[in-house]
Design a protein. Structure first.
Length: 535
């Protein structure tokens, strides 16, 4: 790496120290003379699948693209984690966090030429609520009571119950604002991006499935958040997102100069990239990679079985074998970059094969002739489902299977695309899910483990924890809410309701000829308004 940009230098240095990421930062800054114009070529590992901000998609690769097309009401500064103005210039929150008043800019337009008004925001929020489980915002808007345009540029958003996480959540791509004409298109049909209009610095120019997405600079854009050096039109003329599934080909393209930025750098390729170019990285906030139990399966009613699984798992071995030191071993259900994270590693059952076997014996699961435990004629065998859009997942699952086999638990793999994975979760045709969920606020625990009306989450079988998950987002006092989230993190691992394994780290390879590529507070690609090629 060469120089950090002024905006991120101090925070990036602190982050590098905290994550032991030598020679890595969450931004790129090179010493060449910056150029105006040109096309940035960005290699994605997967087709984005959706160009609608709140519907479907393919994980980070979707958010990388959509962040460039859609603006949000507020911006979460990745260096300070403070909420800052964006489409809204200011806001007020009442004492119990049930009412949020946003004062909007009066100069924002969408790419279809229409203006942003308070009624536009009302219509967007109503639309997200009406979409129900089809929307990525279903948990965030569970208690949404409605919104009101009190004048042309003032909107009041109300909830039936306190929603302390809403202001932070409103900064996400999921809450990217679209034009009112876009809302006339049926929700799920917007995934194609056809006639969908945002207010962001780029517009969707073309899309060839499994090949390429092209975005063009939007003329007249002038409302990027204050944290960016350039608040106006992008320096770049366009961005070409090329879909390159093979990690080695992305790295090779970066080394040869055919690609300017490569996403999803394999842990094994980080040193290779650093030798000739730069690494931009940041640990993702949200729920970590780990074992998410299907509590509709009777085996997991027994805490002894859950604890035995937790004891069988050696998180350090999985991290070391499938990943690299850039990916932290998990110390909580939440990543260390998440708001209200606390280190609860002392409460996570430590790897202990003998104790795991003893617990399974006590639970009546006796080792059979083939080494697999049995009870009442049934084998103890788990279907482990995971997504194939992150290369190390397959290696992680192979190691996990060996660890489970060592205590007498058989397992099979179920893997596929994001839609295929979500289908397996919705139909509950699995025992263990392996995945993570990147969100900036600790309320992500409720989204994953709470009873929020989603078909693709993992509701607990513990009424007390369910109640506390629901209650924490209603706590208006920040210190009290933090304490509640700390307690929930401890109890999730102490009761073996979840087995954390490793944090996800977003790793981009960036050419030394590129300035201004940054990762946001969600550890996904931030706005590319500062991005420039250099001589």
């Amino acid at each position: 790496m060469k120089l950090f940009s002024p905006r991120t230098a101090l925070a990036a240095t602190a982050l590098v120290s905290a994550l032991a990421l030598s020679a890595c930062s969450n931004s790129s800054a090179q010493s060449g003379e910056p150029l105006e114009g040109g096309t940035l070529t960005f290699a994605l590992g997967n087709d984005p699948l959706s160009f609608s901000p709140a519907s479907g998609g393919n994980g980070n690769d979707t958010w990388y693209v959509n962040r460039q097309i859609y603006d949000s009401l507020v911006y979460l500064n990745p260096d300070t984690t403070e909420v800052e103005p964006w489409l809204a210039t200011s806001w007020e929150v009442n004492d119990d966090a049930t009412e949020f008043t946003f004062h909007l800019r009066d100069d924002v337009t969408f790419s279809d030429g229409s203006a942003l008004t308070a009624q536009t925001v009302v219509a967007n929020l109503d639309d997200l609520k009406a979409a129900g489980a089809n929307s990525n915002a279903v948990a965030d808007l569970r208690t949404y009571a409605g919104a009101e345009a009190t004048d042309e540029h003032t909107v009041v958003v109300r909830f039936d119950e306190p929603n302390a996480a809403f202001l932070t959540t409103a900064s996400s791509v999921t809450f990217g604002i679209v034009s009112e004409a876009t809302l006339d298109i049926p929700f799920t049909e917007r995934n194609s991006g056809e006639n969908v209009s945002g207010s962001g610095p780029f517009t969707l120019a073309s899309y060839t499935k499994d090949s390429q997405v092209t975005l063009d600079k939007r003329e007249g854009y002038s409302w990027a958040p204050e944290s960016f050096d350039n608040r106006g039109e992008a320096h770049l003329d366009s961005i070409e997102f090329k879909i390159v599934p093979e990690s080695g080909n992305r790295t090779g393209g970066l080394s040869s100069g055919q690609i300017d930025v490569a996403g999803g750098i394999s842990p094994n390729d980080i040193a290779t990239v650093e030798a000739t170019n730069s690494i931009v990285s940041r640990a993702n906030p949200g729920d970590v990679f780990g074992l998410y139990f299907n509590f509709q399966q009777p085996e997991f009613e027994d805490q002894r079985v859950r604890e035995a699984v937790a004891l069988a798992v050696d998180a350090q071995e999985i991290r070391d074998g499938a990943l690299s030191e850039q990916f932290n071993v998990a110390t909580s259900p939440l990543s260390s970059t998440t708001k209200d994270y606390i280190d609860v590693s002392a409460d996570i059952p430590a790897h202990d094969v003998d104790k795991a076997k003893s617990l399974l014996d006590d639970a009546g699961w006796i080792e059979g002739p083939d080494g697999t435990r049995e009870k009442d004629g049934e084998k103890l065998e788990f279907r482990i489902t995971y997504i194939n859009n992150f290369g190390p997942n397959a290696d992680s699952i192979a190691l996990l299977q060996e660890q489970l086999r060592a205590v007498g638990i058989a397992s099979t793999q179920l893997t596929g695309t994001v839609p295929e994975f979500q289908s397996s979760i919705a139909t509950r045709e699995y025992e263990i899910a392996w995945r993570n969920l990147s969100r900036v606020d600790g309320d992500v625990l409720r989204a994953d483990f709470g009873d929020v009306g989603s078909e693709t989450n993992y509701p607990l079988n513990d009424p007390d924890l369910l109640s506390r998950l629901d209650a924490q987002v209603k706590i208006g006092n920040e210190a009290e809410r933090t304490a509640a989230l700390h307690s929930i993190q401890r109890d999730l691992v102490a009761g073996s309701y979840f087995v954390p394994v490793h944090e996800l780290t977003t790793v981009l390879g960036v050419s030394d000829d590129i300035n201004g590529v940054t990762l946001g507070a969600d550890s996904r690609l931030d706005l590319l308004v500062d991005a420039q090629k250099t001589e």
